[in-house]
Every structure is written in structure tokens, then in C-alpha cells.
Design a protein around this ligand. Structure first.
Ligand code: ZN
Length: 290
């Protein structure tokens, strides 16, 4: 599971969950790594692969985490997406207890209604309760605490039939691995003090059409979150689908905005926020197997 540690800061993009598109590696350009921050390196050294494995196994044991399972009333106890949500929230609370209550653990619960005519309407056949879970680690500098960085993954899962609310859908790589990154980041980084605010997130509804992330984006806008980056982790370590040959498990794939058409050499673009984060996402600890 070293790849999860290695990929702690994987997949940069503003509220844009990334799942299955294959990158064009022939157009990739090397970037100069930022110097490693000693405090963050120490935090990374506290990551235990066995705990990541336990997180993934625990999420798999919920049988299915299909978002539609929240509306099933006779699931076996301890299965389904709501049970998984409770477990994730409890993990964040436990992490918070270990840092003197430093995390503000919250639930963003809402009803997704296919009748609203969203592009995902066909994947939500009836009004369905969904819950995002997030934990806020407030910045220690009042001047900078408004700046926010999100680390997110989706905890819902699916099997071949995205409408199957009851059948087994373990979702170990897709995306218990990303939830493990959110939890491990919370565990490791809550021991440090950062001037800006970090938010550790597990969203629902991704497989039904990115619904949880979209709802969280609205919430962020409503609350005036000053988002500087969203680190979205989906299928950490790569897609292990048999026959899929395009795998680079020791690389971080960073998605940031393209060069504006009007850009000229030496102007703005290289200094844009996401371009700077592109460089920051390349410390040695994040690009090697841990
Ligand atoms: Zn996914």
C-alpha cells in the first residue's frame, strides 16, 4: 500500500473529480520539485500502510456503498452507504479526539432528486438522501485562516449496474483508497499547525454523477470558502483493470488549467495558483514508492 502514501497529494483540480480518462503521457512535461518541507516530511513518516489497508478493508465490509442504498430500509445491519458514512464520521471524530478536538467534523446531508432534471437524473430513480462528510482543521493564523485547501475522495461505490442499491460493490480502489487518503491526511496533518485551513472530505454520489462534489461546491460558494486548491483522490495507485496497460503507479498526475490562448511568454500563467501547486505537488516523497 506504499502507493497510497506516495500519492497523498494526488490529482489536483478544482472540484473536478477525475476517474477514468487516460492521460496523454507523451505531452507530459517535467517540473522542478519544490523543496520538501521538513514538518510535512515528518508527518508523512507517521503514515502507516497497515492502517490504510485497515481503512480500505473496513469500507469494503459495508458490502455496498452505492449511494442509492441510503433509501433501502431492510439492508443487513452494518451495510450500505449510511453505515459507511457513520463509520467515516466516527474516524474523523477519533482523529479529532487525539488532537484535543482540533477538527470540526460535519455532515452535509441533502436529497438528490432525479426529477430536477440534472444530467444524472437517470442514475437517481427516486429522491435519495446523500451525505458528504468533512472535517475542518482551522488555520492557526487569523489573517490566513480564510484560505482553504480541500483533500477529498468519494466513499460511494458501485458495481456493473450503477442502479443496484443492494448488490455487492466493494469499491476498494474506487474509491476507498481516496477516502483512506483523506483520513490519513487528517490523522497526520492534524498534529501540525498550518496558517491556512485544511478540509478533509469524503463525498457521496460520485458514481451517480458527481452529485456529492457538486453539492459541496455549492455549499463552499454559499459559505464563501476561499478555496485555493482541491486535491481530489480517485483510484489511488491506479486502475488495476485487467488488460489496462497504461499504468504509472509512481507518478502524481496533476490537473490544472491550460495555458490561456492570449498568454504570452513570461506572463501570468506560470505563476497562477494551480501552476504553483503543480510544482508543490512534486516533492520527492510524493513521486516515489513509499
Ligand atoms: Zn471513482
Amino acid at each position: 500500500m506504499g502507493f497510497v502514501k506516495a500519492g497523498l497529494f494526488l490529482f489536483l483540480g478544482l472540484m473536478g473529480p477525475v476517474c477514468c480518462a487516460q492521460p496523454d503521457f507523451t505531452r507530459a512535461k517535467a517540473v522542478t520539485p519544490a523543496p520538501a518541507d521538513p514538518a510535512i516530511m515528518r508527518a508523512l513518516s507517521t503514515i502507516e500502510p497497515s492502517r490504510i489497508d485497515q481503512t480500505i478493508q473496513a469500507l469494503v465490509r459495508f458490502g455496498t456503498r452505492n449511494s442509492l442504498s441510503s433509501m433501502e430500509h431492510d439492508l443487513p445491519p452494518g451495510t450500505g452507504v449510511d453505515a459507511a458514512a457513520d463509520w467515516i464520521a466516527a474516524q474523523f471524530e477519533q482523529i479529532s479526539s487525539a488532537c484535543g478536538g482540533c477538527l470540526d467534523v460535519r455532515r452535509d446531508t441533502f436529497i438528490a432528486d432525479g426529477a430536477s432534471g440534472g444530467p444524472w437524473a437517470g442514475r437517481v430513480p427516486k429522491p435519495t438522501r446523500m451525505t458528504n462528510i468533512y472535517a475542518i482543521l482551522r488555520g492557526s493564523d487569523p489573517e490566513q485562516a480564510g484560505r482553504m485547501v480541500l483533500v477529498t475522495g468519494h466513499y460511494d461505490s458501485r458495481n456493473t449496474n450503477v442502479l443496484d442499491a443492494r448488490g455487492t460493490a466493494p469499491g476498494a480502489n474506487d474509491d476507498a483508497s481516496g477516502v483512506a487518503v483523506s483520513l490519513e491526511c487528517a490523522r497526520a496533518l492534524s498534529k501540525l499547525h498550518f496558517p491556512a485551513t485544511l478540509v478533509f472530505v469524503a463525498v457521496a454520489g460520485e458514481e451517480q454523477g458527481l452529485i456529492g462534489s457538486a453539492h459541496l461546491a455549492h455549499l463552499a460558494k454559499e459559505h464563501g470558502w476561499q478555496l485555493e486548491a482541491v486535491l481530489n483522490n480517485d483510484i489511488v495507485g491506479g486502475n488495476t483493470t485487467p488488460g489496462d496497460m497504461v499504468q504509472l503507479k509512481d507518478r502524481v498526475r496533476v490537473f490544472s488549467e491550460g495555458v490561456p490562448v492570449a498568454a504570452t511568454p513570461g506572463t501570468g500563467t506560470p505563476h497562477s495558483r494551480s501552476r504553483r501547486r503543480e510544482r508543490l505537488a512534486q516533492p520527492p516523497a510524493c513521486t516515489r514508492h513509499g
